[in-house]
Structures are given as C-alpha cells and as structure tokens.
Design a protein around this ligand. Structure first.
Ligand SMILES: O=C[C@H](O)COP(=O)(O)O
Length: 253
C-alpha cells in the first residue's frame, strides 16, 4: 500500500483544510489564499487540503506541505454551517497528477440523500488510486439525519471509519467523536490512519486542543483543521500548537 505523503516520519500529520471557499462563502480569514498557504506552510503543516483552482494557482507555495486535492464538488452554501447540498464528482486522478499531487480526497456524508453515489465514487477512486500509486484520503462523516440523530456519537464515528477503510481509503478523515476518547475504538476498527476534522469555530479553543491531545493519545494519526485554523487570529500559531501535540519530538519548523 502507498504511504500517504501527508504523514510525517512518525506516521502522524498536521493538515490544514482551506477548501471551504469551494462550497461556502463568506469565510472570514480565508479571503487571501496565498497568504494562508504561506502562513501554515511556513509553520510546518504536513498537508493542505485545497481545491483544484487553489492548488493550480499556488502550487509553488506549499513548501513541505503535501497538497491534497478535493476531487468532488457540492452546491454553494452561504455561511459556515454547511446546510446539506448536492454532490458530484468533478476532477480526476489525471488532473491531480498534472498538478503534482499525490493524495486525493472525496467527502462522503453518511445519512445524506446522495450517500450511495458518494460511496460508489469513493470505492472506484480507492481502486484507481491503488492502480496509479496515489493515496486516497477518504473524508467520511455522519450528518444529522434519521440514521444519525447524533452525528458525533461514538458508534456513528466508528461506523464511518470502518466504512472508509472497507471502501479502500488509505487514511480516513472524520469528525471528532464525543467523548474524544472514543476514537480509540474507531482506530482499532479501521486499521488505517484516522485524521480528525477541527469542526465548527470553537468557543473554547483550549478544550479543542485538549480533545486533540486526548485523541492523539488514543491512537488518532492527526488532525485536519479548517475553520479553527484559517479563522484564528494567527493560523501559523495554530499549526505550531498542533505540531507540539502531534509531533512532540520534532521541534519547531
Ligand atoms: O475540508 C474541510 C473540512 O471538512 C472542514 O474542516 P473544518 O471542520 O475543520 O472546518
């Protein structure tokens, strides 16, 4: 199996997601894509999740951060609460290769009306990535629905991680479960690296960082922070803080 390029030597990863403006607006803090890439790359992000346009236009500024290309698209929402939208696959492995990208991502919303199509696309992409020597970061999250009344419940997150692994994801990106200790079972159940999203703007940032430390202690491989990185007053400092928790022996970049 191909080792994802966003994992550092210790097998862990600090990823920053800046793809939000592909599907929502406004995103205060993310107006200037070049500026945010420069800040988080210089602070030592291991990977940056971004849209095709952003990677194409700023590829030279990622430094050591692995670009992670989001291949699917949804309809645009206004605001950052992400109402349920529609979904289609848009870009290909060839597009990723042309941009010198070795990891691709799609987003499966479990419980959404388009769940089956997103699962089918993920399955085909995982197989294609194996054939092409690419990595597939499978973002798979329960959304509030009849099937998942509590989308952060441990059993929902464990199911999501296992499904992502069964589909062939080389790593899984999912929601931080509540409580965060529950990630241990999800990690055990899926056997591939599990990366946790930062989620909505945190009212209590200290608690968020504590939850990250707990999850890493329970076997999570890292985080992919979006809103809580680019929406923070100093996104570079967020990356440094995450590196201290996730790569405690690596020192500052
Ligand atoms: O790629 C985008 C993420 O799914 C959302 O990131 P976030 O929840 O940390 O803002």
């Amino acid at each position: 199996m191909v080792l994802p390029d966003f994992l550092a030597e210790d097998g862990k990863s600090v990823i920053i997601a800046i793809d939000h403006t592909l599907y929502s607006w406004p995103c205060p803090g993310l107006e200037d894509r070049g500026r945010i890439i420069d800040k988080v790359a210089a602070a030592g992000a291991d990977g940056i999740i971004a849209s095709y346009g952003t990677i194409r236009d700023f590829r030279g500024r990622f430094l050591h951060a692995a670009p992670i290309l989001k291949l699917d698209i949804t309809t645009l929402t206004m605001g950052t609460n992400y109402a349920l939208t529609e979904y289609v696959m848009a870009y290909t492995i060839e597009d990723a290769r042309r941009l010198d990208v070795r990891t691709v991502l799609t987003y499966i919303q479990l419980g959404a009306p388009f769940e089956l199509e997103a699962l089918r696309q993920a399955a085909m992409l995982a197989a294609r990535c194996d054939k092409e020597g690419m990595s597939y970061l499978c973002e798979i999250m329960p959304v509030e629905s009849k099937t998942y009344p509590d989308p952060a419940a441990p059993e929902a997150i464990i199911a999501a991680c296992r499904t992502g692994a069964e589909l062939g994801g080389h790593a899984i990106k999912t929601t931080m479960p509540v409580p965060s200790t529950a990630i241990a079972e999800a990690v055990k159940a899926c056997g591939v690296p599990v990366i946790l999203a930062g989620g909505a703007f945190a009212k209590d940032r200290q608690q968020l960082m504590k939850d990250v430390a707990t999850a890493i202690g329970q076997g999570a491989a890292g985080v992919a922070f979006g809103r809580n990185a680019w929406g923070a007053p100093d996104p570079g400092a967020v990356v440094s803080g995450l590196r201290e928790i996730i790569h405690p022996r690596a020192g500052k970049r």
